[in-house]
Design a protein around this ligand. Structure first.
Ligand SMILES: Cc1cc2nc3c(=O)[nH]c(=O)nc-3n(C[C@H](O)[C@H](O)[C@H](O)COP(=O)(O)OP(=O)(O)OC[C@H]3O[C@@H](n4cnc5c(N)ncnc54)[C@H](O)[C@@H]3O)c2cc1C
Length: 295
């Protein structure tokens, strides 16, 4: 398996659990490089514990098919495998759809404004939504963009108002600040918004709170439940800008985080969002509590 991103980790673990010997070659110091480091580290530990041969800081130099086997050269090492699965990412497929006829560069994403209107072609007639825009290549974000594009086209056709202000009806503002994503490994990784690094790079003064997911609800969810949570707080505004959970079933915690970030719910108000006992959501009590106590 080549690639330590979401697909590489998910499929590497799936093939391992189906009985394959899996070698996973990843370029960086940990898998899931676009996510918080602790998430990639926890997933790496889980993959290794299941017997996946995880080669970090590595890349594939050459491949030599030989009969039923394939020889891979990874640095100084030679690895012989039956199959090679490449999971190194996706690109918008615009090379042969004729975009050059309207002055766009083939093979590149179709850049859009927040209403889905393709930029650089003039006028209001060419829209794009989904992976082809290169924005947030996820099913739910593509559907979000499609809803907005549909509404914009309808409003313009009817001669109605178009509200493209941030968070307006016709603006896919969430693409910039509140994209949720789940990595369906075991443990799951569920994240929304910015990582600490992304927030700092965006010039936001943040404070980070890290906690284990050790609440009454988690101990009922699974014996020996082991999970971790991080919130990234914009200190100036007192709101969340990023949340990451790692652990069994954390995908179902994610939408609360998405609502908190999208709604810009102040931490002091989040404090009053009381999670039911005993659920894993009790971590939502511990996180603002830890933030308030300065730990
Ligand atoms: C292995 C894998 C796992 C994934 N898991 C998740 C996940 O768990 N959650 C999630 O949110 N996202 C996931 N994604 C991403 C998700 O699949 C995409 O974000 C989503 O499919 C994008 O939808 P789309 O309609 O923009 O593009 P696509 O689903 O790729 O649809 C594009 C369509 O256009 C067609 N097409 C291309 N060129 C032409 C042409 N010239 N003429 C006519 N038709 C054309 C294609 O055949 C295709 O049917 C995953 C992706 C991969 C590869």
């Amino acid at each position: 398996m080549l690639g330590g991103g979401v697909v590489g980790c998910e499929l590497g673990q799936a093939f391992r659990r189906l009985g394959s010997e899996v070698v996973l070659v990843a370029q960086g110091p940990r898998p899931l490089p676009s996510m918080e480091a602790f998430a990639g580290e926890r997933v790496a530990a889980a993959l290794r514990a299941e017997g996946i041969d995880l080669r970090l800081d590595s890349s594939l130099d050459s491949v030599a098919p030989d009969g039923d086997t394939i020889t891979l050269h990874v640095g100084d090492e030679t690895i012989t495998v039956d199959e090679l699965l490449i999971a190194t990412g996706r690109r918008p497929r615009t090379a042969d759809v004729g975009v050059e006829t309207v002055g766009l560069e083939p093979g590149k994403p179709l850049e859009v404004d927040d209403s889905g209107l393709v930029t650089g072609v003039g006028g209001q007639w060419l829209y794009a939504a989904g992976d082809v825009t290169g924005r947030a290549p996820l099913t739910h974000q593509g559907k979000y963009a499609a809803r907005i594009v549909g509404a914009v086209i309808g409003a313009r056709a009817a001669g109605g108002d178009v509200d493209t202000a941030p968070w307006g009806e016709h603006s896919s503002t969430a693409d910039h600040v509140a994209v949720p994503q789940v990595v369906f490994t075991d443990p799951e990784v569920a994240a929304v918004g910015r990582t600490e690094r992304q927030a700092r790079d965006a010039g936001i003064d943040v404070r980070v709170v890290d906690l284990p997911i050790a609440v009454a609800g988690s101990s009922l969810q699974a014996d020996g439940y082991d999970g971790a949570a991080r919130i990234v707080v914009d200190e100036a505004r007192g709101v969340l800008v990023g949340v990451t959970f790692v652990g069994q079933d954390t995908a179902e915690l994610l939408h609360a985080a998405t609502i908190a970030i999208t709604g810009e719910v102040p931490l002091h108000r989040l404090w009053h969002a009381v999670p039911a006992y005993p659920t894993i959501s009790e971590v939502w009590l511990r996180l603002p509590e830890a933030y308030r106590s300065g730990t």
